[in-house]
Ligand binder design. Structure first.
Ligand SMILES: [Zn+2]
Length: 332
């Protein structure tokens, strides 16, 4: 072969390799082609074998030309390899449709039950007024549920409350009111007046089940015993509680009521926080909401726990947590 023939063959080799690489559809066929042109038994090697027959003066120039062509073919291969990689990546992204720049889906989180939320808020408000939280047992005896709360066996209030008795004993029952906690707390020798507690918890009554009633519900009991406690202090305390619970001052009123363990007893109404007293669905268009029962602690209750009613007096209140939650959170 002459030098001119070598030059022609090398130029053709570069052209064929370029066309072949462009037609390669995947990295494996591209690699096959690379071996076909640049491999130990490849086309370039075959051409170079003929160099020995070339005139010595021409060999270095043609040898250098062969090296240049080899490098060019290698570059063409590398470029095609890179392009194939990008094509495959784009294809895969299309199939996977995984866009890592998208914001992550929110993980659904639970939240506290409205009854838990409002009980915590009630406790927080009274805590701010110097009350501490006390919890009595749910399984009680009729002494704590009735007798010590000035409700003897013959008392009519005892029949009114449809109480769940257990088979643990004739006196063992599920408490029908959190007022039991008053006795549980005050009977302890270390809890002598002055004292302020609230007692949140579950209570049980044999109620018909409907949208407004359930045999298990929640109350918060409150008790304050100190010297010369007045109805005015009771009303001011409850008005402040309602202001903090509903976020604004509300007018209140007492209506006479009856509970065996308070004397006098009252029902506390508040101005409806939603219509400011003008009447709406929540208040049944009355402008007032019946919120809780309260009164001055009956001297007999203090006597039952060895507190002298001549020296000490107190007030107590009890509220239905479900009702307050319904009003505050607008549950209809
Ligand atoms: Zn209203």
């Amino acid at each position: 072969m002459t030098a001119a023939q070598f030059e022609k063959e090398l130029a053709e080799l570069e052209k064929f390799a370029s066309d072949a690489f462009a037609s390669a559809g995947d990295s494996q066929s591209l690699e096959d082609m690379r071996l076909e042109y640049l491999g130990q038994k490849g086309k370039l090697t075959l051409i170079l074998r003929g160099l020995s027959g070339l005139d010595k003066s021409e060999r270095p120039r043609i040898g250098q030309l062969a090296n240049t062509v080899k490098e060019k073919i290698q570059v063409l291969h590398d470029q095609r390899k890179e392009a194939l990689y990008r094509e495959q990546l784009a294809e895969r992204l299309k199939v996977d449709r995984l866009d890592v720049t998208l914001p992550a889906l929110g993980r659904p989180l639970g939240h506290l039950h409205p009854l838990t939320l409002i009980t915590e808020e009630i406790a927080r408000i009274f805590y701010g007024m110097g009350f501490s939280v006390f919890e009595g047992p749910e399984v009680e005896t009729d002494y704590y549920n009735f007798d010590a709360l000035n409700t003897p066996a013959s008392h009519p209030a005892r029949d009114e409350q449809d109480t769940f008795y257990t088979n643990l004993g004739p006196q063992v029952l599920l408490r029908s009111q959190t007022s039991t906690a008053q006795i549980r707390y005050m009977e302890k020798k270390e809890n002598k007046p002055p004292l302020r507690i609230i007692a949140p918890g579950r209570v049980y009554r044999n109620e018909e089940i409907n949208a407004r009633k359930y045999p298990l519900f929640h109350q918060v009991e409150g008790l304050l015993v100190d010297k010369e406690v007045t109805m005015g202090q009771l009303r001011a305390t409850l008005a402040e509680f309602l202001r903090l619970l509903f976020g604004k001052p509300l007018r209140t009123r007492f209506r006479p009521d009856f509970f065996p363990f308070t004397e006098p007893s009252a029902e506390l109404d508040s101005e409806c926080p939603f219509c400011a007293g003008s009447g709406c669905r929540t208040c049944g268009h009355r402008g007032w909401l019946e919120l809780l029962g309260c009164g001055m602690v009956d001297p007999n209750v203090l006597r039952a726990v060895d507190i002298d009613p001549e020296e000490w007096s107190g007030f107590a209140f009890g509220m239905g947590v479900e009702r307050l939650a319904m009003i505050k959170y607008g549950v209809t």
